[in-house]
Design a protein around this ligand. Structure first.
Ligand SMILES: Cc1cc2nc3c(=O)[nH]c(=O)nc-3n(C[C@H](O)[C@H](O)[C@H](O)COP(=O)(O)O)c2cc1C
Length: 188
């Protein structure tokens, strides 16, 4: 049984939460750009710098919302699509991250891993400034039409996630189910 660390970085790591509901106030663009500048300092085998950060403006956001509503309407009906439209239209900040594909499977996996590290750099920096993030890998992010909206070639890039960011309405409680001892295997 270890005593959990309680220094500032430990608190930042433990305190960052996925945020589902945001205040309307937008996050300054300069702060997001700082977070992206830090994101790219993530570890990255062969320094391929596989990340591409797309910052959708209002017209692109509207296209993504329309596409998602069409998908939701087809699966769950018009009322569910309307609800989703309202919810997505209220998201104050939008970002899409893609990872460059590689014809070498190991390289592609390592590049995706590096992108995930970059996401965490970004999330932690934003969290330190009171800004929350939600990482989404919903159906829409796998659609050919989604890549088309971004102007991204799905043979060259893979979507790592659609991210919403903003000032949290509520930060959910901390939760991890497994004890460290349960996930740690000491070997001779
Ligand atoms: C690769 C990845 C994809 C995720 N996709 C979704 C998603 O589509 N919808 C969602 O609500 N949360 C998504 N999340 C957030 C997780 O649900 C969240 O991290 C988890 O519930 C733990 O909560 P915490 O981030 O507050 O610690 C994703 C997280 C990761 C790492």
């Amino acid at each position: 049984m270890i005593e959990p660390a309680n220094d500032a970085i430990a608190e930042l790591l433990r305190g960052r939460r996925t945020i589902h509901n945001f205040q309307a106030e937008p996050v300054p663009q300069a702060l997001l750009l700082q977070a992206l500048e830090l994101a790219r300092w993530a570890p990255n085998h062969h320094l391929t710098e596989p990340w591409r950060f797309y910052l959708p403006g209002p017209a692109t956001i509207a296209e993504i919302i329309d596409l998602n509503c069409r998908l939701v309407a087809a699966q769950k009906g018009a009322a569910a699509a309307d609800n989703k439209r309202r919810r997505w239209a209220s998201m104050p900040g939008w970002l899409v991250l893609t990872s460059q594909r590689s014809d070498k499977p190991v390289c592609q996996q390592e590049d995706y891993a590096a992108c995930c590290c970059a996401v965490q750099n970004m999330q932690l920096y934003l969290a330190s400034k009171g800004v929350g993030v939600k990482w989404s890998t919903g159906t829409v992010t796998r659609e050919a039409a989604f890549y088309q909206i971004l102007g991204a070639d799905p043979e060259q890039e893979q979507v790592v996630g659609l991210f919403w960011y903003g000032y949290p309405v509520l930060t959910p409680p901390r939760r991890r189910n497994k004890d460290v001892a349960e996930i740690t295997i000491e070997l001779p």
